[in-house]
Design a protein around this ligand. Structure first.
Ligand code: GRF
Length: 210
């Protein structure tokens, strides 16, 4: 299972691992991470990148004085080649900023094997369910439809599949009677906002091995 994964180097408060946080939306998780990094940690965000130019997450990055850019899909490129062309643009930004670890925080695109291979072990995601249950874009809706009494969130390394890479940590939460998608999402996000920084601390201080 650990084939091809290269984990980030061990950072320190004096020499933190350089993160890029990738978002597609409002970025509450991104904002929580940036707040956490206001105290020197073994990781520091040097780039916020979105797949659109007008998403809320970019504002959080700019408020924290972190370089924050939208890299939209290159619509001038033919559809079949567009995904990889976009990933090459994203990758160029990551390399230009000397990024060492890519943190997905509500980034709604699936990466091609080309991109995953380049970053494998240094590409991490948070997903709002207890994987392997309820992968994909509608985790809360699917969990409610299945009638589970416990759900949660998962931090995992990204592989070539969808929400299927090695699990680094999970946290559980009870589904309350009367929960709807929005209520559940908000409670899970609160948990995500503490879990993700904790896992990044472990990952960037050599405490995780595969
Ligand atoms: C989070 O629930 C995360 O698990 C999922 O997308 C959501 C992002 O929320 N992948 P936000 O944009 O950080 O508020």
């Amino acid at each position: 299972m650990s084939e091809g994964y290269v984990l980030p180097r061990t950072g320190s408060a004096n020499d933190p691992v350089r993160l890029a946080i990738l978002v597609s939306g409002g970025g509450s998780g991104l904002a929580a991470l940036l707040r956490y990094q206001q105290t020197p940690r073994c990781h520091r965000t040097v780039l916020v990148l979105a797949d659109k130019v007008d998403v809320g997450g970019l504002l959080h990055g700019r408020e924290a004085s972190v370089k924050s850019i939208g890299v939209p899909l290159p619509m001038e490129i033919e559809k079949d080649d567009r995904r990889e062309a976009h990933e090459r643009l994203v990758n160029a930004e990551l390399e230009a900023a000397d990024v060492e670890l890519v943190v997905l925080s509500g980034y709604m695109r699936i990466f091609s094997p080309w991109f995953v291979k380049r970053w494998k072990g240094r590409l991490v995601n948070i997903h709002p369910s207890l994987l392997p249950d309820f992968p994909g874009a509608h985790a809360h809706r699917d969990a409610l439809a299945a009638g589970v009494s416990v759900t949660g969130c998962t931090v995992h390394l990204v592989n070539e599949g969808v929400d299927s890479g090695p699990i680094l940590a999970q946290r559980e939460i009870e589904v309350l009677s009367g929960d709807n998608e929005e209520a559940l999402q908000e409670r899970v996000k609160m948990m995500e906002h503490t879990l993700y920084p904790e896992v990044l601390d472990r990952l960037c201080s050599g405490q995780i091995s595969l």
